[in-house]
Write a protein of this length. Structure first.
Length: 485
């Protein structure tokens, strides 16, 4: 992306070094950064996990997903292993000896119950103290909390030991190219800003649909559900990027202030609205893309009587001058018709009067689609005249696909996040108030569902989800954008 400054020499300490996240994403991302010349040649990696092992056994376990480049060979030699229990002080004493005084980032790629204790132990051992312009940073994966109260408690616990400037809360959606592009598209294009408000926008849809089922993640997922897993974090990030006010610079704090402000402006859902404006669903057995998947309730490590949702749709209002009266419809779910993460902005229809004496019977509204996954791009629906003697209006797409315009190398999505973290840029990381504002939006729905309110509807895999979700948007005279289009 035009940046060529290699990061500072530092040590990245990964807690949970034998886990999937480390093997599949973090280490390959570091190797890619190294390949792009964006890592210091003196960067070290220390992996910590409970399992017995030595440097070589860790390196071998990382080889499987790391790109086989010279860079990886070099980084591999600088990767070492420290077996130990993260809840006990001994491993931190050994870590301290290995680290010395240098810059270090502690990456918590562990289950969430360890986040607080690891920060406590790091601080107890004096490992989080920053001296003479050096850095000590803590990178925290999701889920950050289980609800508003636990997220607040975790923030308090962490911030009683380290400063906010040392904390990098990951939301991996912010590492996606198209998500970052939202800001450039919005604030780099004059015409877009001119129509980016309630006068021209009818409504906005944010979808994160997945075709896969829960598979082997039953134990995690059954205590989480679609709402907690995707909405307060990923979907709220997309919402704040698409709806925030223009920041007056690209400075991290300025952008984070605007995003937090937007999230705080989301209208609090009342108990009645939690029943009427949120829909939950759970997939039954069925086929997705020709493959049979078992019902969610039959998934390994899932309680056969579970009431955990695998789909959620909701309607939110944003009480700002810009967005007054514009509904935001959000949905996310598993085992749906297609993998499709997108933001669709539907504009108000133009007045029909001009066309009334032509054969044009219907003028479809313009739509602007930020396509985030699986293909990254932007589509603008544009109405044109079909060639011929009669006036006939048809929508065509002005579409831009990243892959067609730019040579996009295969990336994990963690490269930018890791690079920014090493460079000390917190723009793409969630501040404590953003995290809490995201949870505050969904808390009334969590409460309503905990009281047993709201029907949990079964849906057929390979479809667009529960019928109640179609009804939710149809009630307002609108419909969901077709998945996978
Ligand atoms: C994760 C969720 O945060 O995001 C998963 O825990 C989900 O359930 C994943 O599948 C989606 O991310 P991506 O990048 O594959 O769209």
């Amino acid at each position: 992306n035009g940046v060529t400054v290699p990061g500072r020499p530092a040590t990245i300490v990964i807690f949970g070094a034998t886990g999937d996240l480390t093997r599949r994403l973090l280490v390959p991302a570091l190797a890619n950064l190294c390949f792009d010349g964006l890592l210091s040649e003196e960067l070290n990696v220390i992996g910590i996990a409970l399992r017995d092992g030595d440097d070589e056994s860790l390196r071998v376990s990382l080889d499987e997903f790391a790109p086989q480049t010279q860079c990886w060979q070099r980084l591999r030699q600088r990767t070492s292993y420290l077996p130990g229990d993260f809840t006990l002080g001994t491993v931190y004493e050994r870590l301290k000896q290995r680290l010395g005084e240098g810059d270090a980032a502690f990456y918590l790629a562990t289950p969430p119950q360890f986040f607080g204790v690891i920060v406590d132990r790091l601080a107890d051992a004096g490992l989080t103290e920053e001296h003479d312009g050096g850095f000590r940073r803590v990178v925290i994966e999701k889920p950050f909390g289980h609800d508003l109260e636990s997220a607040r408690a975790l923030n308090q616990r962490i911030l009683s030991r380290v400063n906010e400037s040392q904390v990098y809360r990951i939301d991996h959606f912010l590492g996606k190219e198209t998500v970052q592009n939202i800001l450039v598209a919005r604030f780099g294009n004059a015409w877009l800003e001119a129509v980016w408000n309630h006068r021209y926008v009818d409504h906005i849809q944010i979808s994160a649909a997945e075709a896969i089922g829960i598979g082997t993640r039953g134990a995690f997922y059954d205590t989480t559900g679609a709402l907690r897993d995707m909405v307060p974090n990923h979907l709220m990030q997309l919402l704040s990027m698409i709806a925030m006010e223009p920041p007056n610079s690209f400075d991290a704090e300025v952008i984070r202030d605007e995003k937090a402000k937007l999230l705080r402006a989301v209208r609090r859902i009342t108990p009645d609205e939690a029943r009427s404006d949120a829909v939950r669903g759970m997939y039954a057995a069925g086929q997705v893309n020709g493959q049979m998947i078992p019902a969610y309730r039959e998934t390994p490590h899932v309680d056969p009587n579970t009431a955990t949702e695998t789909y959620v749709a909701l309607k939110l209002m944003v009480d700002t001058w810009r967005w007054t009266g514009v509904p935001f419809y959000l949905r996310t779910g598993k085992a749906l018709a297609a993998r499709d993460t997108e933001i669709v902005v539907t504009f108000n229809p133009v007045p029909y009067a001009t066309f009334r004496e032509t054969p044009v019977a219907h003028l479809p509204a313009n739509q602007l689609v930020f396509q985030i996954q699986p293909h990254e791009g932007i589509d603008l629906g544009f109405l044109v005249k079909r060639p011929g003697p009669q006036v006939e209006a048809v929508p065509v797409a002005l579409d831009f696909a990243y892959a067609e315009k730019f040579a996009v190398a295969h990336r994990t999505g963690y490269e930018t996040l890791l690079y920014d973290m090493i460079m000390g840029d917190q723009t793409l990381f969630q501040r404590a108030d953003q995290i809490e504002a995201g949870w505050a939006v969904v808390q009334p729905i969590l409460d309503a569902w905990a009281r047993g309110e709201g029907v949990l509807e079964e849906y057929t895999p390979g479809t667009s989800g529960p019928r109640a979700a179609d009804a939710l948007i149809a009630r307002d005279g609108r419909q969901w954008h077709a998945l996978g289009r």
